[in-house]
Structures are given as structure tokens and as C-alpha cells.
Design a protein around this ligand. Structure first.
Ligand code: SF4
Length: 164
């Protein structure tokens, strides 16, 4: 059975920067949970950050690939450089994925760690632009396909293809 890495906040775990969750009520996700397929993971917590924590964005909205390349930092609203924790969390996510031979993930859109199609632009003004978070970039670099919580049906198609 293929396992799927999932943002822990989508599974109801209160791990977000504000101490809350972003619980998904998606029926397919619930089915996969029942099947024991899901591996919940929060890269920011596993990277060593506390909950709650200061919100952070990738400077310039540069995207996870730029952070991995050392070309951009992840900064908190108070100016603290939290790049190291984000990189550690991404590496931990990759390690967990590897331990379960995981080939796909469903991650929370918009996050500087988990975003797959959009991230915030680094100004803390609530403006999104196309881009990926640090964990998503690292997973995709290693061939793990990442879907957002808004594309779980597509993730289902991908899973069926993996298992046939
Ligand atoms: Fe959710 Fe990912 Fe943010 Fe953790 S890092 S709270 S799993 S979006």
C-alpha cells in the first residue's frame, strides 16, 4: 500500500504558527486515513520551531528552490532568520518520506514550508504569488509529487496510477 505524506495541520493537529489547525474534511482524505495510508508531518515543528510561533515568509517571495540554493532566507515578522529551521524541517520531511518509500504528498497551500502552487510574497501583507515552500521544493526535487488540499481528487488519480 502506497503511503502519503500529509501536512499535520490538515489532519487537525494544532501545529500552525498561530496555534491552530486547518483541518480538512475531504472525504477521500478521510478514506485514506481509515486505510492507514497517511503519514502526518509538520516540517516547521520538526525543524525545531515552537507552536505558536512568529509568522514567517520567504524573502522576496523567492520560493523554496531559492532557499535550498542559499539564495533567499526565511524571515519571521520580527526579522529573525529562521532559514535553518525551515531547511531542517524539509530534510526531516524527506527522511520520513524515504522511510515509508513515499512517492506523493498532500501539503497545505500557501505555507512557506508546505505551499505547492502559491506562497506569500515576503512583505507580510497577505499577498500571494506563484511559488513553492521549502519542504515542497525539496520533496519534488527528489521525485515526490506534491498536491495541495484543493487538489485531492487529482491526488487520487495519481495514487491509482501508482498502484496499477
Ligand atoms: Fe501545516 Fe506545513 Fe505549516 Fe506545519 S509547516 S503548520 S504542516 S502548513
Amino acid at each position: 500500500m502506497e503511503r502519503i505524506l500529509v501536512s499535520a495541520c490538515l489532519m487537525g493537529r494544532r501545529v500552525r504558527y498561530d496555534g491552530g489547525a486547518k483541518t480538512s474534511t475531504d472525504a477521500l482524505l478521510a478514506e485514506w486515513r481509515e486505510q492507514g495510508r497517511l503519514v502526518p508531518f509538520c516540517p516547521e515543528v520538526e525543524g525545531g520551531l515552537p507552536t505558536p510561533r512568529t509568522a514567517a515568509e520567504i524573502e522576496g517571495g523567492a520560493g523554496g528552490a531559492a532557499v535550498l540554493a542559499g539564495a533567499a532566507r526565511v524571515l519571521a515578522t520580527d526579522g529573525q532568520d529562521v532559514t535553518g529551521a525551515f531547511l531542517a524541517g524539509a530534510q526531516a520531511a524527506l527522511a520520513v518520506a524515504g522511510s515509508f518509500d513515499i512517492k506523493m504528498a498532500i501539503l497545505k497551500e500557501g505555507s512557506p514550508s508546505c505551499g505547492a502552487l502559491a506562497i506569500y510574497d515576503g512583505t507580510f501583507r497577505g499577498r500571494r504569488l506563484p511559488g513553492q515552500g521549502v519542504t515542497t521544493s525539496l520533496l519534488e526535487l527528489h521525485g515526490i509529487k506534491v498536491f495541495t488540499e484543493d487538489h485531492i481528487a487529482e491526488a487520487g488519480d495519481y495514487l491509482r496510477a501508482l498502484e496499477t
